[in-house]
Design a protein around this ligand. Sequence first.
Ligand code: BES
Ligand code: MN
Ligand code: MN
Length: 463
Amino acid sequence: MQHIQSYIEEHKDRFLNELIDLLKIPSVSADSAYKDDVIKTADVIKSSLEKAGCEHVEICETEGFPIVYGEKMIDESLPTVLVYGHYDVQPADPLGLWHSPPYEPVIKKTDIHPEGAIFARGACDDKGQMYMHVKAMEFMTATNQLPCNVKFMIEGEEEVGSVNLSKFVKNNQEKLKNDVILISDTGMIAQDVPSITTGLRGLSYVEVEVTGPNRDLHSGLYGGAVANPINVLTKMIASLHDDNNHITIPGFYDKVEELSEAERAEMAKAPFSLEDYKKAIDIDAVYGEKGYTTNERNSIRPTLDVNGIWGGYTGEGAKTVIASQAFAKISMRLVPHQDWEEITDLFKAHFESIAPAGVTVKVTPHHGGQGYVTPIDSIGYQAASKAYHDTFGVKPIPQRSGGSIPIVALFEKELKSKTILMGFGLDSDAIHSPNEHFGVWNYLKGIETIPLFYKYFTELKEA
Ligand code: BES
Ligand code: MN
Ligand code: MN
């Protein structure tokens, strides 16, 4: 494509400043205190799409936060790319662990990002990655090089389960019709090892509650004689894994896709240093399911993790008490063929069955979603591969990710199209954590690579 590098060079300060302005708005979808900010962010996205050359840009109201839609249809006979992204972000807490305030973006150099990285909540997940597409669109329309039709659909509820987007997709199949869906909301292996995400895990998220006596009790007067809900809950949770770290819920693994030895050998070729992995998060050993490597454990194998646990006295000093109740939030990452609703039912039945006499157990399902895998011989994958090859100088590696974007499986079911996941973030960018950041180099590299995807996809599709 003509002039992409010079266009970026000329406009990069503005590209950065626009993203910085977007990051200043705290669009936290999970916390109602930020409702107005989330809505304001949708308006900013709307005008940015208009400025980038989209037409019919609209704010589509839902029962929750709005979806921003825009399109540029140049010729019905040409292919259509649907871009999806999200403008909502995760809560920033714990605030005390941020080195600079989460909604006051700053650019700082790091070892991995010598050109600087933008530090702010949402810098990588997903405002920065989503905005690369807006700027790539600007380049293609401003220089008259848009090779096909484009539709943008940017939502504000990804971090809370995309429930309203699911309804929107089901009700707007004709409007959203496309030949391929393009998303940048994942990562890549390393700055010099580009990768294309070919798999996402599914998710089942539940909350559990264990209730014992009808009130908190004196732990001396009653201790040892009644079931302590916190003792019971922790014992029940511990029993969900055996000594090999296999999950003990009956039926849990029944539908798990087992990869062939050849596929596992292919996966093992991706560059990976266990020493660097441990060092980056300061641990002296990895931990996980017996018989699988670290990269397998965090991508092709299902998991069960406690995300939060509470109950009893956690204030200053000591209080001698047996709490009446104990709670935990538990997530299960799932792999292809495991159905999240079925897994949720299996969990519920099992968890209730292992409760000892003396307590009652309640399991409340939260959101969830199916996993996803996509082949590497599709036109979309090939186009992405060629685009990365042009801008990184090497062929990208297919990589199955451990994260989840539940809407992707729904896109395939409802819209019958494949999703190409072109991520430009790194695992070390600390998404969902304090000090989230996104490399300036990565941001600009994304803007440079995306237009080439359009070009190659159109060429391959027309061929
Ligand atoms: N962008 C992430 C998912 C992701 C990150 C996938 C990196 C692969 C690599 C997304 O915003 C996210 O956080 N998803 C949630 C699930 C959602 C239902 C809350 C997740 O994976 O925890
Ligand atoms: Mn995301
Ligand atoms: Mn996220």
